[in-house]
Design a binder for this molecule. Sequence first.
Ligand SMILES: [Zn+2]
Length: 126
Amino acid sequence: MDFLNKLGDSIVNAGKEVTEKAKDYTDAGKLQYEISKKKSEINEKYRALGKKYYAEHMEEKDDSIVCITAAIDELHELERRLADTKGGIRCEKCGAIVPLGSSFCGKCGAKVGGMFEEEDEEDIFD
Ligand SMILES: [Zn+2]
């Protein structure tokens, strides 16, 4: 009988171990999810900070600034080419494609086609 009791105990203990391991995995999964979420949050804040920093320093000759400016120029050129292929023009304020002959951008309301008045800072990539 003592043998059966011991066997019973060890089965119960093994069951507990499995349950605890499963809980650990669940906890690890939740923690991994929280970690991913936090990393995304941090990256989003870095992005916002970088965008703000860029807007304030875009005239500087720092390599990182110049590199971003070049990439933005390339982006605008690609948008202009896309607008051309679609028979429209690129809104200089928001980058949207506006049909030829329009006076205002349908997306941001900026005046297009004619003289472009510089108002607010252009939102670079949204
Ligand atoms: Zn626009």
